[in-house]
Design a protein around this ligand. Structure first.
Ligand code: SF4
Length: 211
């Protein structure tokens, strides 16, 4: 186990100790049972006990469609994943929400590099180079639909359109790591977006080309 892995596990343990036992749509009970938060009262859940099982659970939504964006609010219900220790917990969370434990740790250490949207788009080449042409208004419209927490993505956005231009088309809680993106009052471990994902870049291309 690397030093960083053990530090991430220490961070997870501290959060759980403080009663922060939700991440995305997942509820973490005891040491350590993971399930969809909507399944908290169910007793007929399918049992898993390998952290790698999280990858399969997270692959398809309730209707059997592939989930290209693992932080979309469409994690399926009906399962329970029981893990032995913090090491397995970190591994499983990394499968459910790829890279998110490490990104959170970097953020907590003030070592997370946040990349504004313009910088991400200005780096694009080939078929995505056209995304450089997106206007701030188009970007705001796109982000409002694509990144919204209720049917887009549960990440908390840390970037801006550029250094002087915040995203204005989503509510302030979308940018607040202390806010639960499910709109619930319980505390949650945040899923942090420090740079626009490839899916948003692809959608920006479509937006520019269609207009
Ligand atoms: S850009 Fe970030 S917040 Fe938006 S969909 Fe992609 S990962 Fe989610």
């Amino acid at each position: 186990m690397t030093k960083t892995h053990s530090q991430i596990e220490t961070l997870l343990a501290a959060l759980l100790q403080r009663g922060v036992n939700r991440i995305g749509e997942i509820l973490i009970r005891g040491e350590f049972e993971l399930l969809h938060h909507a399944d908290a009262d169910r007793s007929d859940l399918q049992f898993f006990n390998n952290p790698e099982d999280a990858r399969e659970i997270a692959k398809y939504d309730e209707s059997g469609n592939f989930r290209p964006l693992k932080t979309a609010p469409n994690l399926r219900c009906g399962w329970k994943l029981v893990l032995r220790d913090l090491h397995e917990l970190r591994e499983a969370l990394d499968c459910f929400y790829p890279a998110m434990p490490g990104v959170l740790f970097a953020h907590e250490c003030s070592a997370l590099e946040v990349v504004d949207l313009r910088e991400t788009l200005n780096r694009q080449t080939g078929m995505y180079a056209v995304t450089k042409k997106i206007s701030n208004k188009q970007a705001n419209e796109l982000i409002a639909g694509f990144c919204r927490s209720d049917n887009g993505c549960l990440k908390t956005i840390l970037w801006r359109i550029d250094a002087n231009t915040p995203v204005t088309s989503l509510p302030p809680c979308k940018f607040d790591p202390a806010a639960n993106q499910l709109g619930q009052s319980v505390l949650a471990i945040p899923l942090l977006c420090h740079e626009a994902c490839n899916l948003l870049v692809a959608a920006a291309r479509n937006k520019v080309k269609s207009e």
